[in-house]
Design a protein around this ligand. Sequence first.
Ligand SMILES: Nc1ncnc2c1ncn2[C@@H]1O[C@H](COP(=O)(O)OP(=O)(O)O)[C@@H](O)[C@H]1O
Ligand SMILES: O=c1ccn([C@@H]2O[C@H](COP(=O)(O)O)[C@@H](O)[C@H]2O)c(=O)[nH]1
Length: 202
Amino acid sequence: MLIIGIAGGTGCGKTTVVNQILDQLPEGEVGVISQDSYYKDTSHLSFDERVKINFDHPRSIDFVLLESHLKELRKGNDIHQPVYSFIKHNRTGDTILTHPRKVMIVEGILILTNPELREMFDIKIFVHADSDERLIRRLKRDITERGRDIEEVLSRYQNTLKPMHQQFIEPMKEYADIIIPNNKYNTVAVDIVKTIINQRLA
Ligand SMILES: Nc1ncnc2c1ncn2[C@@H]1O[C@H](COP(=O)(O)OP(=O)(O)O)[C@@H](O)[C@H]1O
Ligand SMILES: O=c1ccn([C@@H]2O[C@H](COP(=O)(O)O)[C@@H](O)[C@H]2O)c(=O)[nH]1
């Protein structure tokens, strides 16, 4: 199994890059695990308490579960990937049955911050987009898709997201094998990653 980690700040385009990679690759050969599925279960908290969580700090992620799921997949076993709701700020209680594939992609803002998980990646990719570009994308996406308003996005950005990005996410570029510039759609970089995957699948 080839395991590819794709990191980068919010709105840099990780999900978009993953979808571009999957496009035209043989179905069923490449699997995806999203770090978002592994936000810690916070069912014991009220919604108002959950809103106050710092979701951009590594402690908000259940890395133990994520790592153990990846190890199970590597052993050839299925896992039940939790489903996360950004609207509820919590796991939904549902899971997605995820099968091991020849190539597994793990994507998320904080996946390179955990040394044990980092060790498991054969290829580490960091998607870069400038912070103003990422904020604009985040505003548009969170208002249309994640039930936020402009006040929520901007206050989270100033209070937690920006400082956490500078402290935990940006320094992870140091560990990347490949940095994809993604201020504009980068088909050349995506094609290079696809070529690597196709070689593994051949
Ligand atoms: N290169 C790009 N140029 C313009 N918009 C982009 C680009 N890449 C992604 N987007 C848009 O930005 C938003 C956030 O992208 P997404 O892939 O969800 O980022 P991430 O998963 O890193 O948070 C989405 O609405 C997406 O369509
Ligand atoms: O309940 C939650 C959990 C996370 N967030 C925000 O999501 C982004 C990470 O997702 P991307 O798709 O990579 O943008 C992170 O910056 C958290 O602030 C949230 O709003 N609510």
